[in-house]
Design a protein. Structure first.
Length: 366
């Protein structure tokens, strides 16, 4: 019986796991190699309002903008999606990290910063504690404990510009298999005077720095950015598929967040699934310690709740990644003609695409 948990990595997933474990009375230490958590900021902060509620994070003071729509661009066509209610918040990622850190510590977790955990240290910690690998896209915990590879990564690059934005309630997504293979490019109003521009490209097929230079040179971006100076930029990566295994009950190792590849294959968003997984992992560890249930309950719970949606996200990503942008553009025209834009506006869910499909079969187009 183990009543101690070592979490490697204090990103959102590790900190939510720490909060949940400590609040269940389980002795928890979170280790991070960074001296200051949450910096440098290399990721965006578009998170569905439903997902934020589910995460249990008191996120309100990190909100910098509210989104209710998206414009999908491909092959010269645009689909407008406009929900009646706000669907997502844009959060300041450093502030979000500070809130999660406070919540984990307040619940009783100990956070040790500035300590990179090596394989040898993992083995030492492993002797008397359960290990939670929350160490991000290139997880050393997953490698060290033989949890199998992540099959696909995308490389990202993002930049910010101080500009006045006419419609700060909508995000623009650009699909073009040749320019942005594997994912897409985006323009997101982080605030009404702060525009984020970014790209995600398949790690084996393109260079994210060159892709963003091409994107910034596009007419639609030039019109928005004008002569404004780039104020922040940086590269990162996103795991686009979940690992085959996210728990090893015999070794007492669990993976959460990007370490597990718990990311939406359509957009690369990982905060909602990573937080949900962290909560489930904490529950499974609690049940293991208090009544001997297998830690594999964690993976069962996660796949039962999110497995079909993760597969749908992956299938949608496969479709748009394989089609020429002209073909996606034609599909957009047909979908607009059939009223799919209104249907998606009304019933779409950023995190759970299966809901849209269920509603489609239940109601047909409206
Ligand atoms: C450009 C970009 C845009 C994105 N946009 C969105 C978005 O709009 N919405 C959304 O939901 N998601 C988005 N994501 C994804 C989201 O940022 C990630 O899914 C999320 O941050 C993953 O959190 P995590 O805690 O699993 O991992 P991370 O945030 O990567 O945290 C891992 C932590 O582990 C630490 N660590 C690693 N190795 C060790 C070690 N050996 N010892 C000690 N510490 C270690 C690291 O220092 C780090 O702090 C985006 C990602 C990128 C790159």
């Amino acid at each position: 019986m183990h009543s101690k948990v070592s979490i490697i990595g204090a990103g959102t997933a590790g900190l939510v796991a720490g909060r949940e474990l400590a609040s269940r009375g389980i002795g928890t230490v979170i280790y991070d190699q960074k001296k200051e958590l949450g910096v440098p900021v290399r990721a965006s902060g578009i998170i569905s309002i439903n997902g934020l509620k589910m995460s249990g994070i008191a996120y309100e003071s990190a909100v910098t903008n509210t989104l209710r729509g998206a414009r999908i661009h491909a092959g010269g066509r645009i689909m407008h999606i406009n929900a009646r209610e706000p669907v997502a918040k844009v959060l300041d990622r450093k502030r979000l990290s500070d809130i999660c850190e406070y919540e984990a510590e307040h619940a009783g977790a100990k956070i040790t910063k500035g300590r990179r955990i090596t394989g040898q240290m993992m083995d030492r910690l492993h002797k008397d504690s359960i290990i939670v690998g929350a160490d991000g896209a290139v997880s050393n915990v997953a490698t060290h404990f033989g949890m199998g590879p992540v099959e696909r990564y995308v490389l990202t690059y993002k930049a910010e510009f101080n500009v006045d934005i006419d419609d700060p309630g909508s995000v623009d997504l650009f699909f073009d298999k040749r320019a942005f293979p594997g994912l897409f490019a985006w323009m997101c109003p982080n605030a009404k005077d702060l525009l984020e521009v970014g790209v995600g490209v398949d790690s084996g097929k393109a260079n994210s720095k060159k892709a963003i230079e091409r994107f910034i040179a596009m007419k639609e971006v030039k019109e928005m950015v004008g002569s404004a100076k780039m104020i922040d930029n940086g590269a990162s990566m996103i795991p686009l598929r979940m690992r085959k295994r996210i728990v090893d009950p015999d070794k007492r190792v669990l993976l959460v967040g990007d370490a597990a590849g718990q990311v939406k294959g359509t957009t690369g968003g990982g905060i909602v699934y990573g937080s949900a997984a962290a909560i489930m992992a904490a529950q499974a560890i609690h049940d293991n310690i208090s009544n001997g249930k297998s830690l594999s309950e964690y993976e069962k719970m996660f796949r039962k709740r999110y497995g079909s949606d993760l597969r749908l996200h992956t299938s949608i990503n496969r479709i748009y990644s394989s089609l020429e942008s002209r073909t996606v553009g034609r599909m957009i025209s047909v979908m607009n003609f059939l009223g799919m834009d209104s249907f998606i506006s009304k019933y779409g869910d950023m995190d759970l695409p299966s809901l849209l499909i269920k509603r489609f079969f239940l109601r047909g187009l409206v």
